[in-house]
Design a protein around this ligand. Structure first.
Ligand SMILES: C=CC1=C(C)c2cc3[nH]c(cc4nc(cc5[nH]c(cc1n2)c(C)c5CCC(=O)O)C(CCC(=O)O)=C4C)c(C)c3C=C
Ligand SMILES: [Fe+2]
Length: 426
């Protein structure tokens, strides 16, 4: 796991990604004042992002703009990277007639663009100018391959067994047009324009090789919006992400990343992303009294503490009974059913974005969670947990799974390499 240099984020929002303060911006643009900005940024909390004026009257980039995530590394960026405030998830299908050669050229183009934009530089050709004035703003661009990619590129013999289709779940109401795809790109940034700029560059790079199959846009809380760094809240108002594996856990890498010894070898250092568009039935949920909402999850809404007591980070006491003789964390509480100890240790890193696409035809909010779960093997992470949730989770009546995807996300590119090169050129 690589080093985190700017830690003004919630620990439960997953730390440990390779971050850097953009040297070009701090030294080249703002000099000594930038160093002051860096020190403030590292302290975290409210007021951190106020611009400091330099002697020549210009303002330095704030810590939000100047944070850079490294493109190269053992793992792709955007997995263990702290959650960003804006996200775009987009799937592409290779164009008719495009095969392995075109796919390799596309991954080479996409990787060059991702490397430049993540460093806060313009795209090498046809830059739209949308990100002008902004620093890297924690931009990450993460690439994955869907099961259909391997047939399209005559690479079926290198398709990982982990990409076998997910089982059907009884609560699924999946839209095939918004599910799966040959290629998947996840874009995250703490600046909405930087994220949009990357999205357009990636779409332009696709050229005649691939067409957008579906796109979903999400968001999270803006860094610095809360008095202290906190775990994210979702659109139901719950603190969401508390139970996530932490990069500091001894078994984090083993749970989230494919080991060097595993097959296929090209997936070493990679991870599998399960993507679900989960609509929240907010009109129904919001009518539920607070105490019942808390029983549904098994945690307090205010601070995320388990109903068995303590603070957000206190371990849930699943066997604690109240004076009424009932379990304080109900039998069907979501956090109980999903807990690793109830699922033979199954765990995943949930790194979601909220979405809101206005009001649907039925007059209800088209809003919910772009649920992205990362694991070394979906059969040992997402699948057993979703099976169990599907059988009687108290949260299920308030949710609708509307789209689904499963993608193999290769390891991070080494210097000079493009993402997926070990698959496409070995
Ligand atoms: C199959 C995996 C899961 C799906 C799908 C899922 C959907 C979903 N969850 C929430 C809200 C919360 N989930 C919480 C905990 C939690 N959820 C899962 C898995 C899925 N959730 C796990 C593995 C855990 C952690 C369990 C643990 O370790 O104890 C919580 C509690 C806080 C937390 O730990 O994050 C909330 C809140 C929503 C709203 C949702 C679909 C929209
Ligand atoms: Fe959950």
């Amino acid at each position: 796991m690589s080093e985190t240099k700017n830690s003004d984020r919630a620990p439960a929002a997953t730390t440990g990604a390779t971050l850097d303060i953009s040297r070009r911006k701090l030294l080249g643009t703002v000099g000594g004042v930038g160093v002051a900005g860096l020190a403030l940024g590292a302290a975290g909390g409210a007021g951190v992002y106020a611009a400091v004026e330099s002697p020549d009257g210009t303002s330095p980039l704030t810590s939000v703009g100047s944070t850079e995530v490294m493109f190269h590394g053992k793992h792709q960026a955007g997995i263990a990277t702290p959650l960003q405030s804006t996200g775009h998830l987009v799937a592409f299908d290779l164009a008719p007639g495009a095969g392995r050669k075109e796919a390799a050229a596309l991954m080479r183009r996409w990787s060059a663009t991702a490397r430049s934009l993540m460093a806060g530089e313009p795209a090498s050709s046809g830059d739209t100018g949308v990100a002008l004035d902004a620093g890297p703003s924690s931009l990450t661009v993460t690439f994955g391959f869907g099961a259909s990619f391997f047939d399209r590129t005559q690479l079926a013999d290198r398709r990982p067994a982990q990409l076998d289709p997910l089982p059907d779940f009884s609560s699924d109401q999946l839209d095939p047009k918004r599910s799966n795809g040959d290629l998947w790109v996840q874009i995250g940034s703490d600046d909405a324009l930087v994220a949009f700029h990357a999205l357009r560059a990636i779409q332009q790079d696709a050229g005649s090789a691939a067409k957008v199959r579906w796109q979903m846009n999400g968001f999270n809380r803006t860094p610095g919006a809360t008095e202290k760094p906190m775990t994210a809240r979702n659109l139901m108002g719950q603190i969401d992400g508390t139970g996530n594996p932490k990069p500091s856990d001894a078994d984090f890498d083993q749970r989230i990343f494919v080991p060097d010894t595993a097959q296929p070898a090209w997936m070493a250092g990679g991870s599998y992303a399960v993507v679900r568009r989960i609509r929240m039935l907010l009109d129904t949920w919001e009518k539920l009294p607070l105490t019942e909402q808390e029983q549904v999850i098994g945690r307090k809404k205010s601070n995320g503490a388990p109903l068995s007591g303590g603070t957000e980070t206190t371990k849930m006491q699943l066997d604690k009974f109240g004076p009424d003789g009932k379990l304080v964390i109900p039998e069907n509480a979501h956090a109980r059913i999903a807990a690793p100890e109830q699922n033979g240790g199954a765990a995943m890193l949930r790194r979601a974005f909220s979405y809101h696409d206005g009001i649907a035809a039925d007059g209800t909010p088209d809003a919910g969670l772009l649920f992205v779960a990362w694991q070394a093997d979906p059969v040992k992470g997402f699948v057993p947990v979703q099976r169990k949730l599907d059988r009687g989770d108290a949260l299920s009546p308030f949710l609708r799974h509307e789209a689904s995807g499963l993608f193999a996300v290769p390891g991070g590119p080494r210097a000079g390499e493009y993402v997926g090169q070990r698959l496409l050129e070995s």
